[in-house]
Structure formats: structure tokens, C-alpha cells
Design a binder for this molecule. Sequence first.
Ligand code: NAD
Ligand code: ZN
Ligand code: ZN
Length: 385
Amino acid sequence: MKALVFHKIGDVSVDSVPDPIIEEPRDSIIRVTSTAICGSDLHIYDGFVPQMEDMVLGHEFMGIVEEVGSGVTNLKKGDRVVVPFPIACGHCFFCSNSWPTQCENSNSKYGPDGGFADQKGAALFGYTDLYGGIAGGQAEYVRVPYSDFGPRKVPEGLTDEQVLFLTDIFPTGWAAADWGRIKGGETVAIFGAGPVGIMAAKSAWLMGAGRVINIDIQPYRLDMARQSANSETLLWESEDQVVEYIRSITEGRGADVCIDAVGMEADRNFLEKAKAVINLEKGTPKVLETCLRAVRRAGVVSVVGVYGSPFDNFPIYRWFDKGVTLMGTQAPVQHYIDHLMQLVVDGKVRLDDIITHTLPLAQAPHGYDIFKKKEDNCVKVVLKP
Ligand code: NAD
Ligand code: ZN
Ligand code: ZN
């Protein structure tokens, strides 16, 4: 089959690779009909999340069940499904407590020497050997482990585009808002107006936020946030300018909730990269630090932007002194997806309006290029294998 293969930093191509096969009783094989490129893929593309060997990328995908293992009774050939990006067993302590992304039986290869964490967590599709080494879904076919726990059947009458983002970015934006404990009337400042920042804005409104502001360095993405999520917007010029603005609209206090939907964002040259997101004088993650400044005392900073070990120097003083609640991790998609699917079915939210590019899988490298460089007004790329 054809699949998008990561080779090395900045180098991906569409190659012929072996078809996936059923390896475990709970596996299924999905024929992918739509798959998207995510800001998280860029962390591998940029080298922030290291991958030493060739790997099929892609964790946002949906399609038609082609084959199921002997242990899968809830799916059958021909079912149309969306697949959450975390791979989780469904039965362990964490899966039983709404934390599939912390699953202890998933195939994550984390270990004491693994670099990122000293305990196992969930594997993710197409997300390097550190996260399980499971081939991803930017491909014609994909093997889905624990497929009796992750995939959800798509109700009839919905297009791929209407439901594809239930795999990741809508649950991720929702998680960010949920961790922000939005009950009604809050001012929510969202750093990033990429797909995740826009989904966080839609979610914050659905939870009853009073004001929602997307902040970004790209004016065209702020246009999209206004159109798609009806947010207020602010063009990031400096840390001080953003903090002052947020305080100026909140009687000097700061936002009730700040959401970091940027994470590790940068250029290919590592130092240039580092400058874009690390305050080099202080060695701290710039956006996260600005969130801690722009949030009010006793507020919440909710981090869905992905960080890795180069960003370990955390501004602990601001967090401690202000009494800020800090939450962040990979989104527990399985925990939210059924509720969010219902919101889509009921027409309470529209997800497909952020798609700017639909390309055949063969053009995936071009998709990575424009999504990375923020060219051609690119917000979200959907690939059709
Ligand atoms: P993206 O690259 O499309 O968006 C990132 C946005 O941040 C861009 O619009 C960029 O212009 C903006 N940005 C860069 N520097 C900024 C700054 N200083 N201030 C404000 N904005 C700035 O990526 P995306 O797909 O929207 O993903 C965003 C983040 O969310 C990534 O880190 C991604 O890995 C992460 N993510 C996390 C999860 C999760 O489960 N936690 C899931 C999906 C994505
Ligand atoms: Zn993603
Ligand atoms: Zn589990």
C-alpha cells in the first residue's frame, strides 16, 4: 500500500510499504477514507519528538473496517468508523478512570531511559517509537490495536469531513476547555488559532464562556478563528503586549482561563526553533510562561500544546505564587468522543469549516510543507488515500 513515511527531520515522502495485518485478537484493519495532518505531526517533522527510523505518520483518521481480529465483536467488515488517536486497553486502572491516555497496558515503549517519562503511558498512532512505534493512518490501510475500545461507528448521513476531527482536535480543544472548569461567563484566552486553538474556542463557547479570545502570530489564522469560532482575536507581538491586553480587558486581574494551544512551535533550524518558543535568557517555554502571566490569580492554565523534554525548565514561581491550577496532557479522546459525536449529530457544532486544503495522499508532503510554513492560508489539511 501507499503511506506517508517520515524519514528524517523535514523529510517525508509517500512510499510503498507492506500492508498491515491482524497481529492480535483485538486488532482490526481499517481502509482509510480521510486522514488529517496535525500540529503534533509537525513536532516529529521538526525533530522535537525524535524518531530514528522510518515510520508511517498520522493519528487523525477514519475509514471502513476491512477485517477484524477474533476478539473483536463490536465491529464488522464494512462498518464506517472514526478512530481516537490514543491507543488504550479499556480495562486498566487508568482506562477505567477516564484516562485512556495514561493506559498502562498500551504498547508505549516509555521506560526509565526513554527520555520522556519513567512510567508507561498510552501509545499513539504514528507517533514515534517513544509512543509505541505503531504505524499511523496517513496511509491506505492501518492496523488498529484494541479496536473494541477506540473506534466509534459514524451515524448515517454524516460526511467524513463532519466527523473526522472527533479523532483528535475537537476532543483536544474540548479537554482544554473542560480542564479550565468553564461554568459560565468566564474570560478564556486561547494561545494559538490553529486547528486546536479554534476547536478550544468552539468548546469554550459551548460550555458557556463569556469572552473567548484567540491569540496568534498569523493574521490569517485569526481571521479563521473569527469566522469559524466567533472569537475575539489578538495578534501576538510580544509577551508584555499580550499580558497587558488581557489584563486591560479583565479589570487588571487576568483571564479566568488561559489555554496553551501552541506547544513546541518552530523553525527547522534548532536554534531558530528554540528562539521561537523558548525564552533563551530564562530557558522557559514562552507561550506557557505568558499563559501563567496572563491568567488571573487562582485561575486555570490548561495546556494542550505538546511539550517535550527540551522544555523542562518550567516557570514554577509564577505558578506557585498565583495559585494557578495547571493541567495538561494528551487528550483522553475516548472519554469525550460519544458526547461530542452527539453534539455534531445534533448540529450544535460544526467541525469541517476549518479545512482549507483537501489533497490526495500522494500530495501529503506538499501538505506538510504548507501546513508547516503557514503558507497558502493553510489551516487544516485533509488527505484522501
Ligand atoms: P498548528 O501548528 O496548526 O497551530 C499552532 C499555532 O500556534 C499556529 O497558528 C501558530 O501561528 C501559533 N503560534 C506560534 N507561536 C505563537 C505564539 N508565540 N503565540 C501565539 N500563537 C503562536 O497546530 P495545531 O494542530 O493547532 O496544534 C497545536 C498544538 O496542539 C500543537 O502543539 C499540537 O502538538 C498540540 N496538540 C495536542 C493534542 C493533545 O492531545 N494534547 C492533540 C492535538 C494537538
Ligand atoms: Zn493530532
Ligand atoms: Zn488501559
